[in-house]
Ligand binder design. Structure first.
Ligand code: G3H
Length: 498
């Protein structure tokens, strides 16, 4: 255990099985069962996590509810101080956490380290922003509304919701966990985390950093286990007062089942990249490769369809192919650009989209190649609307190009999608860019850059099947609070002026 340092406490046994975190303690589930985590590169079991029971979930919920009451009364500056402490511990332990990310989700080594640092920065920023946002309220007077005298003063402040349930996805198990944890905690909520199976061990390490920072017991908890056993049980639990979820269309099912509680949902995307004739094609090609292929396309904000004007399509496709040829393909430990996708079923799904496109006549710019979960980068040109890949999200290193005759066709394709997360436009004409941006039904439009969530304080939201609510530090703090008003009723004004 010596080599695990401070993280020895979260290990259940020498065989890489990890505990769950409840009531401020690391515990082994009474189920006696565990859930295996398969390394996407070796396709062998890398780690195991506890298969928590519904009773254990009940216990976690109860302690979260009890702890929240005194946590909400803890002075805001003290809550911020603890978050700053957790952020520093997280960044100090970037190496072991990044190593877990590499093994669990095959994130390239450098990107894994970046995720941990970005997460520490997010936690600190949230503490700072929380102190400002929550340190202010409003003062309203009644006589601005017709028929009223100045006899009522209304004081408002933001108060916590209670227990927030956070469910992050596999692709950012640390960063998209803290993007929910930090706003919830600074606002005085307690937090229950259900990490994705793939990514759970990285998340457990991150939670231990909060434990080491000294958060009171029950303020943060983390349960692991099978979705079939505790998934619905958690999301429909009467003790949950808010759900913040990032992931696929499971989020739609959760939204239908959840009770009358605020929901923050970040689901899929089919981010369109519209390239006009006057675009800087070197910039566009570089952005398409970075936006479409970083972390092997497994980002909700990845460029997922290129809509390029026919007159410049050949030149753009050539430039993109040149850059794709330079990407390294292999294991995440070697910091390759393209690494194995997260599961075999993901790889099979990606392959099914590729084969459908092949059958329907798409032009393959590279030969399709797959070994295990590793899929070589592939650009598909001349994709047509009848191909599944024109609409579905591969979440892999495979990108369709659709040639368009005018900007309206691009806007039409973007808006015909069920998704509406982000989109981007490449042009030198800012007026056209603004008009197209206005016409695109997406939560964000990037002008002359690929879609992206960060910097993490920017608002981030999707329309349609891409989600509910807005994320980003300030948006999340606001979403995880409610307004509380106190009205002072005065007698009819009687003091004489002067
Ligand atoms: O996968 C969804 C993430 O929110 C995308 O974040 O744009 O920082 O990669 P990113």
């Amino acid at each position: 255990m010596e080599e695990h340092g401070v993280f020895a406490a979260i290990l259940a046994s020498g065989d890489n099985t990890f505990k769950y975190y409840s009531e401020g303690e690391w515990k082994v589930s009474t189920s006696g069962k565990s859930v295996p985590i398969i390394n996407p590169t070796t396709r062998k079991t890398q780690f195991k996590v506890q298969a928590c029971t519904q009773e254990e979930v009940n216990k976690v919920m109860e302690s979260a509810k009890n702890a929240q009451k005194s946590w909400a009364k803890t002075p805001l500056w003290k809550r911020a101080e603890l978050l700053h402490k957790a952020a520093a511990i997280l960044k100090d332990h970037k190496k072991p956490i990044a190593e877990c990310l590499v093994k669990e989700i095959a994130k390239p080594a450098k990107d894994a380290a970046t995720e941990v640092v970005r997460s520490g920065d997010l936690v600190s920023y949230c503490a700072e922003e929380g102190v400002r946002i929550l340190g202010e309220g409003k003062f309203l007077v009644s006589d601005s509304f017709p028929g009223n005298e100045r006899t009522k003063y209304c004081l408002t402040s933001k108060v916590p919701l209670g227990v927030v349930l956070a469910i992050p996805p596999f692709n950012y198990p640390v960063n998209l966990a803290v993007s929910k944890i930090a706003p919830a905690l600074i606002a005085g909520n307690s937090l229950v985390l259900k990490p994705p199976t793939q990514g759970a061990v990285s998340a457990l390490h991150m939670v231990h950093c909060f434990h080491l920072a000294g958060f009171p017991k029950g303020v943060i908890s983390c349960v692991t286990g099978k979705g079939s056993e505790i998934g619905d049980f958690l999301t429909m639990h009467p003790g949950v007062n808010c759900i913040s979820f990032t992931g696929g269309d499971t989020g739609i099912a959760i939204s239908r089942k959840a009770g009358m509680i605020p929901l923050q949902m970040e689901l899929g995307g089919k981010d369109a990249c519209i390239i006009l004739e006057d675009a800087d094609l070197d910039l566009a090609a570089a952005s398409i490769v970075k936006g479409g292929f970083s972390y092997s396309g497994q980002r909700c904000t990845a460029v997922k369809v290129v809509l390029v004007m026919e007159s410049i399509a050949d030149t753009l496709v050539k430039k993109v192919n040149e850059k794709l040829g330079k990407l390294t393909v292999g294991p995440p430990e070697n910091d390759c650009d393209i690494t194995p996708v997260v599961t075999e079923s993901s790889a099979n799904f990606i392959e099914s989209l590729v084969m459908d496109a092949k059958k329907k006549g798409a032009t393959f710019c590279q030969e399709y190649k797959r070994e295990g979960n590793l899929i070589w980068p592939l650009l598909l040109d001349n994709v047509k609307p009848e191909m599944r890949i024109a609409w579905e999200e591969p979440f892999g290193p495979v990108l369709p190009v659709i040639r368009i005759g005018n900007a309206e066709e691009g806007i039409h394709h973007c808006n015909a999608s069920n998704f509406g997360l982000q989109g981007c436009i490449f042009t030198k004409d800012i007026n056209k860019a603004m008009l197209i941006s206005d016409a695109m039904e997406t939560g964000t439009v990037q002008i002359n850059s690929a879609p992206a969530r960060g910097p993490d304080h920017f608002p981030f939201q999707g329309l349609k099947d891409s989600g509910i609510g807005s994320q980003g530090v300030a948006s999340s703090i606001n979403m995880m609070t409610k307004i509380k008003s106190t009205v002072i009723n005065l007698p009819t004004p009687s003091y004489a002026m002067g």
